[in-house]
Design a binder for this molecule. Structure first.
Ligand code: SF4
Length: 190
């Protein structure tokens, strides 16, 4: 992890307690996946060997809100489902973060109907919006890293008395560029 290289020869180092706390928090985000539709497949892909979420210390997906601090909403949310999602958010541990993944979670997507919530930020404090239908796994990684950078540099914003933390409201731009297929590859041995 680079700590060994940073240690001086006599075996000790000094730092600020707040920096250690920030480092520990950003290195151990535990995601709570709330995947209701096709965006969930891209969410699953980030844990695969190709994208390897474990590189960032958060491969431990939590299916219990009490052991999670990063809610990832992936897919459309029906009106009937919203109270369940709100309860899950309320049960998560502070400090906690929310990612809205994909057009459906952020705006309702193409499902402009009375039964679908037209943006989960009407009910949850969303810190990072990830556009796309579906977003690529790289974009989700970028969104998670944006939260990590914020924790690292700014720490946890103070909680107003009796109130709620102001969400970060970051938007991730697509970073993936489609490139030509490698030449010389044939399919099915043809
Ligand atoms: S944004 Fe697109 S891929 Fe994601 S849940 Fe909606 S329809 Fe499916």
């Amino acid at each position: 992890m680079g700590i060994e290289a940073a240690l001086p020869v006599d075996g000790f180092m000094t730092t600020q307690l707040q920096r250690v706390i920030n480092w520990a928090r950003r290195s151990s985000l535990w995601p709570m996946p709330f995947a209701t539709a096709c965006c969930g497949i891209e969410l699953m892909a980030v844990a695969s060997s190709r994208y390897d979420l474990a590189r960032f210390g958060m491969e431990r997906m939590s299916f219990s809100p009490r052991q999670a601090d990063l809610l990832i909403v992936a897919g459309r949310i029906a009106v009937k489902m919203m109270p369940v999602l709100q309860r899950i958010y309320e049960q998560m541990t502070e400090p906690k973060w929310v990612i809205s993944m994909g057009a459906c979670a952020s705006t309702g997507g193409v499902f402009d109907t009375y039964a679908v919530v037209q943006g989960c930020d009407q009910y949850l404090p969303v810190d990072v919006y990830i556009p796309g239908c579906p977003p690529r796994p790289e974009q989700l990684l970028e969104g998670i890293m944006a939260i990590q950078r914020h924790i690292d540099q700014s720490g946890i914003p103070p909680m107003p008395p009796g109130g709620r933390r102001v969400p970060l409201g970051l938007v991730i731009e697509p970073t993936h560029r489609v490139r030509p297929q490698p030449v010389g590859i044939t399919v099915g041995g043809a």
